[in-house]
Design a binder for this molecule. Structure first.
Ligand code: NAI
Length: 464
């Protein structure tokens, strides 16, 4: 039986950082080194002040504090970490391609391939290479082909071990995962590699929650899981508009159907739309793969999940414009929240970005408050869309670090993230400082609408 002693993880991002911190915490006898080419990020992971960690996740600071410099290390020396490791996780980003064939759809695997080539170049001893990044089904084939043709006699086993953590609850999810999935070659050596990784997880995950499969099932399960999750959001969002025109209440409908044990209550909250770095990217990837096999009906079916999500964001912005008498030029619209969900500083694909962009097209002044997102990040998110010049974006979108100041003199407030603290605000005070009529557009269904109406607000809530 192979016992892993030294782990290297390439990529110190939202997945690599928290995942390795927990693996190290739970396996004090394994040395875990997380490496990244981004020196700034590595410095932040090594920062003495735990508030400066590059990723905000509840509980992450305690895990890092316990394991860091004991058996958890963050470094920019990628080659040294690869050389020393007997197991290497690849946890780099796999964004949607922005160029060439498959542009806007396929996953860009250049970072993955660079990792494989670097491993091939540096390795002098046998290694188990673990795909932690979310990858198109059959990527292990590519990685294997790169690793096996180096001619230096080193033997590699490739495993697929997709990560199912959700941002905002990453530490909790890692501590008690619904399941851990490990795919590998169904050969003697493949099984040995699988067993070595099962061993790492079984330090804290009950063995019955560790599933082992062949490589392709594991790779495809991750894309499928994200497609199903996103599909539920788009399904309830599609119904939210029907609720609005028929007098049904989307929360009541969600509650009623969620009681059906075949459906279940989770992930039935309608909203301004899902965001995050994964759902859209992974579904587009699934659509692309299906198309590449000529499965057009399969592709169209899943693509509709994205179309619905885009529509929901668009519809929310349009509702704001229409409600504010079809003219928002020069009006102040306060955004509560910019992150794609609560308890994270991640803003990738956040609905807020698209709603802001659409409102700025109408020359509204957007003022944003988010407890964890920096002004610089918001600007860069908006600039990334390339709709207008950076100077214009700076003029139309500003950030204030105090929620009351953010809402002061606003014509409307739009809630874009479900941060808990929004519920606890003094809404009477906010109301008094606003332009009248004072509008609230609750894109996350988190506020007490009855209370707001009693104060005097005009409230729009999705699906009501
Ligand atoms: P991220 O962008 O936060 O982190 C990736 C890191 O890899 C970056 O810091 C980058 O500098 C580094 N990197 C890229 N190429 C490198 C190289 N050649 N050598 C060393 N470092 C390199 O990405 P994130 O969010 O951690 O995602 C990583 C993967 O995990 C993606 O495939 C994603 O789909 C998947 N995933 C993400 C989840 C999430 O909630 N963010 C959840 C589950 C899976």
């Amino acid at each position: 039986k192979t016992k892993v002693k030294n782990i290297c993880c390439i990529g110190a991002g939202y997945v690599g950082g928290p995942t390795m911190a927990v693996i190290a915490q739970k396996n004090p006898d394994i040395k875990v080194t997380v490496v990244d080419i981004n020196a700034e990020r590595i410095a932040a992971w090594n920062h003495n002040d735990l508030d400066q960690l590059p990723i905000y996740e509840p509980g992450l600071d305690d895990v890092v504090l316990e394991a860091r410099n004991r058996n958890l290390f963050f470094s920019t020396d990628v080659d040294a970490a690869i050389d020393a490791a007997d197991m290497i996780f690849i946890s780099v980003n796999t964004p949607t391609k922005t160029y060439g064939k498959g542009k806007g759809m396929a996953a860009d695997l250049k970072y993955i391939e660079l990792c494989a080539r670097q491993i091939a170049k540096v390795a002098k001893t046998d290694k188990i290479v673990v795909e932690k990044s979310t990858l198109p089904v059959r990527t292990a084939q590519t990685i294997k082909s790169i690793l096996q043709n180096t001619g230096n006699g080193v033997k590699f086993q490739i495993l697929s071990n997709p990560e199912f953590l959700a941002e905002g609850t990453a530490v909790q999810d890692l501590m008690a995962p619904d399941r851990v999935l490990i795919g590998g070659e169904q050969t003697e050596l493949g099984m040995k590699a699988i067993a070595a990784l099962v061993d790492v997880y079984s330090s804290w995950v009950p063995i019955e929650n560790i599933l082992t499969t062949n490589l392709w099932s594991s790779e495809l399960s991750k894309l499928t899981a994200n497609a199903f999750l996103a599909q539920r959001v788009s399904s309830i969002n599609a119904l939210s508009e029907l609720c609005e025109v028929t007098g049904a209440d989307v929360d009541e409908v969600a509650n009623a159907i969620g009681k059906d044990s075949r459906i279940g209550p989770k992930f039935l909250k309608s909203s301004v739309g899902f965001g995050g770095s994964c759902f859209q990217k992974d579904i587009l990837n699934l659509v692309y793969i299906a198309k590449s096999y000529g499965l057009n009906e399969v592709a169209d079916y899943w693509e509709q999940v994205i179309i619905m999500n885009d529509y929901q964001k668009h519809r929310f912005a349009a509702k704001i414009i229409q409600t504010l008498y079809n003219t928002i030029s020069g009006k102040k619209i306060a955004f509560l929240g910019w992150a794609f969900k609560k308890d994270t500083n991640d803003t990738r694909e956040s609905a807020a970005i698209y709603v802001a962009d659409q409102l700025i097209e109408e020359q509204a002044n957007i003022v944003v408050y988010d407890p964890k997102v920096t002004a610089q990040q918001m600007q860069s998110d908006l600039n990334y869309l390339n709709t207008r010049s950076e100077t214009e974006n700076e003029t139309f979108l500003t950030t204030i670090v105090d929620p009351y100041e953010t809402c002061k003199d606003a014509h409307a407030i739009a809630v874009l993230t479900e941060w808990d603290e929004f519920k606890a605000y003094d809404w009477q005070r906010i109301y008094e400082a606003m332009q009248k009529p004072a509008f609230v557009f609750d894109g996350r269904g988190v506020l007490d609408h009855e209370q707001l109406r009693t104060i005097g607000f005009q409230v729009y809530a999705i699906g009501k």
